[in-house]
Design a protein around this ligand. Structure first.
Ligand code: DGT
Ligand code: CA
Ligand code: CA
Ligand code: ZN
Length: 562
């Protein structure tokens, strides 16, 4: 049984949360939480550690070590299953609401009998939550807003959820014989359902899909739809010689398909998911690839990320499609946290991770002290950190760049004095609080940050968290103008929970000559992987390598930041 550190950490964390919901011993709760963090921090597989090595991890006692081993060996934990069996399954969903932690979930359940998001919404409507000890109208309203946002977001997946489902499905789909199409392939930040084009025989594949499905919605020779881990998955069957038209159709978008079809009709051609036919629908021609089908329509290959009917077909007709930035263009990650603030990896571990990924550089951008919840750095810490970075850089192939993610305070000033910022190699300025200020106020704040000569990048400019937090009311047009005027880059925060700026704003920024800076905002090693989500958003925003800061070699990057 293969088992990742992430799975182990999540299991430990879940046990901790379940114990806390049940008002378990606070020391045990803390032990599980600390154990989860320790496993997250590991750079090698926990499954390879001996029992003594596991016990030696900070905060992991004998009992936890046994749980870790059980999860590694069996993929599950009897303790977790026992705890799970003692609560209504829908209760766990409440934990995903912003501002609702395990303690609150436990009280809502015991004191008000609330077991689901729907019941929580109903209870806030009747004013029942505000009557709990320690709660009031304000906290009730906050919980209600969180629950509403959660209920609305449940309809679309983020890319991290989609990736987990795709990894699960890979176990039943025949390797090399299918492509995940739809909005996922177009690189969208949120995904309604998964669409798969398969050229395997449906008679062979359908029974395997049935095995893993929660529910079979429809099962046939041409198409099958299942519910899988709560999400809808649509499969369309085709053959290798006709893969192209089916992939184009199922990748979409729908407006792109319609534009393509209407354009072909003018030439007397009818296109559908099976191929291209003449006006009467006769003489169907099939194509093995998308490129071959597009060529038959006198078009060059159009990358999926562009297929939104946003000018790409016209650009293709005139051979003016942008040469989109690719993964190989990216030389490093421009936003990473270390354990000097709220990250889990040490600077040396980050340098090693960067080396392993073949990165030329990593920007160490820990928070400023003003962000207390994230253990922000003081001026003194920053100087010490700088020293450590210089020592590591002496023999690291991946250059650590000394930076900061400085807080933009609610009055528009920054969390560090100019004198301190001037000494740093890379400065990201981000909003973390005061996100609900009115449009003019919050826009002025980020513009003030753009105007500061030491600020290189505005981090996660709108502050949105997909499905959990609305973006601040920033006037993006004004921000983009200010960024263009002052030569400040705007971030594409690559976390699948943020993807901020979003694609349309990226395109507007790029059109004004503003550079985009892709940063994962990684706090744990696995999160460095998220760079590809930021890349997809950059591509959706029509970015070429020239538009993206990460494509600069180290010396030119340092020249650019000045
Ligand atoms: P989603 O799932 O909401 O994130 O968005 P998509 O783009 O994945 O849409 P979905 O799953 O409804 O359908 C997958 C693709 O199938 C879509 O991108 C284009 C194609 N498609 C679906 N319905 C139609 C239609 O009525 N007409 C045409 N031409 N294509 C369609
Ligand atoms: Ca879809
Ligand atoms: Ca679909
Ligand atoms: Zn950050």
């Amino acid at each position: 049984m293969e088992c990742t550190n992430r799975q182990v950490a999540e299991t430990l964390r879940l046990i901790g949360q379940l114990l806390e919901i049940r008002e378990g011993n606070p020391y045990r709760v803390r032990a599980f939480m600390n154990g989860a963090d320790a496993v997250d921090r590991l750079t090698r597989p926990v499954a390879e550690l001996s029992k003594d090595e596991v016990v030696a991890l900070g905060g992991v006692g004998e009992h936890l070590a046994a749980v870790v081993r059980e999860v590694c060996e069996t993929g599950s934990s009897t303790e977790l299953e026992t705890l799970r069996a003692e609560i209504p399954p829908s209760l766990l969903e409440l934990l995903r609401i912003e501002g609702v932690g395990p303690k609150t979930v436990g009280r809502l359940w015991r004191e008000l009998g609330i077991t689901s998001v729907a019941e929580l919404l109903a209870a806030t409507e009747k004013g029942r939550v505000r009557r709990l000890k320690g709660f009031g109208t304000k906290s009730e309203a906050e919980i209600r807003r969180g629950a509403e946002r959660y209920a609305a977001s449940e309809q679309r997946m983020n890319r991290s959820t989609a990736d987990a489902l795709i990894a699960g499905l890979a176990e039943v789909l025949a390797p090399g014989r299918y492509v995940v199409a739809g909005s996922y392939r177009r690189g969208k930040a949120t995904i309604g359902d998964l669409d798969i084009v398969s050229c395997e025989d449906p008679v062979a594949l359908n029974p395997r899909l049935r095995l893993v499905a929660d529910e079979v919605i429809e099962s046939g020779e041409r198409r099958t739809s299942i519910r899988y881990r709560g999400e809808r998955v649509d499969v369309r069957f085709t053959t290798p010689d006709a893969f192209g038209p089916m992939l184009i159709y199922f990748t979409g978008s729908k407006p792109f398909n319609i534009k393509l079809r209407d354009r072909a009709l003018l030439e007397g051609l009818r296109i559908n998911e099976y191929g291209i036919a003449g006006r009467a629908g006769k003489d169907l021609r099939t194509f093995p690839t998308e490129a071959a089908m597009l060529k038959a329509l006198d078009l060059p290959y159009i990358p999926p990320e562009l297929r939104e009917d946003a000018g790409e077909i016209e650009a293709a007709e005139h051979d003016r499609l942008p040469a989109l930035v690719i993964a190989d263009d990216l030389r490093g990650d421009l936003h990473v946290h270390s354990n000097w603030s709220d990250g889990t990896l040490s600077l040396a571990e980050l340098a090693a991770e960067g080396e392993r990924r073949g990165y030329e550089y990593l920007v160490i951008s820990d928070h400023s002290a003003t962000l207390k919840v994230a253990h922000g750095l003081s001026e003194r810490d920053l100087a010490e950190q700088r020293h450590t970075i210089e020592v590591i850089n002496r023999d690291s192939a991946c250059r650590l760049i000394a930076g900061t993610e400085v807080d933009i305070l609610s009055d528009g000033t920054l969390g560090f004095a100019d004198r301190i910022l001037a000494d740093l190699e890379f400065v990201i300025a981000s909003l973390h609080g005061g996100l609900r200020q009115d449009q003019d106020q919050v826009t002025r704040r980020v513009i003030a940050a753009c105007e500061n000569e030491h600020v290189d990048v505005i981090g996660h400019p709108t502050g949105r968290i997909i499905g959990r937090r609305e973006p601040a009311a920033i006037d993006l047009g004004r921000l983009i103008e200010a960024a263009a005027a002052h030569g400040t880059a705007l971030e594409i925060n690559a976390s699948p929970f943020r993807l901020d700026l979003e694609d349309t704003a990226v395109r507007a920024a790029r059109d004004r000559g503003v550079r985009l800076s892709i940063g994962t905002d990684a706090h744990r090693p696995g999160e460095l992987e998220n760079l590809r989500h930021g890349l997809a958003t950059a591509r959706r925003g029509w970015c070429t390598a020239d538009d993206v800061l990460n494509a600069l070699p180290l010396d030119r990057l340092l020249e650019w930041t000045g």
